[in-house]
Design a protein around this ligand. Structure first.
Ligand code: HEC
Length: 100
């Protein structure tokens, strides 16, 4: 009986982790950011060519990922990266950035 309850608790924890992972899977988003070259100019907590993602997150507090995508697209410095990255990967990256 005890193991059954334990199994149920573990299952529930895994399910809720899965749920939050869908909202912004940090590892997948980071891989996407790497793949699209974002991390050449941005670091999570240090300023590089561009501001750190934590600073960006603080600046855009309360904004939706879509608004973050629009804001980054508006910067001329991103001209070449946005040609290659799809809107869905940009949205995934921004969901992660805004969660920092
Ligand atoms: C060539 C370097 C470079 C690359 C590559 C790059 N960025 Fe940036 N990014 C910058 C710089 C520089 C700024 C600051 C621009 C400014 O404030 O005028 C910036 C600002 C931003 C901002 C804040 C926009 C705002 O309105 O303040 C976001 C969000 C962002 N970048 C996301 C991304 C994402 C996502 C990627 C990858 C798809 C990416 N960047 C790739 C250089 C880069």
């Amino acid at each position: 009986m005890k193991t059954l309850i334990l199994a149920a608790v573990v299952g529930l924890a895994a399910a809720s982790f899965q749920f939050s992972a869908n909202a912004a899977d940090p590892k997948r988003a980071m891989d996407e950011a790497k793949e699209h070259g974002c991390l050449k100019c941005h670091d999570v907590d240090k300023k590089k060519v561009g501001p750190s993602y934590k600073d960006i997150s603080a600046k855009m507090k309360g904004k939706k990922p879509e608004e973050g995508v629009t804001a980054m697209k508006a910067k001329p410095v991103h001209k070449s990266v946005i040609q290659k990255a799809s809107d869905s990967s940009l949205k995934e990256i921004m969901t992660w950035v805004l969660s920092l």
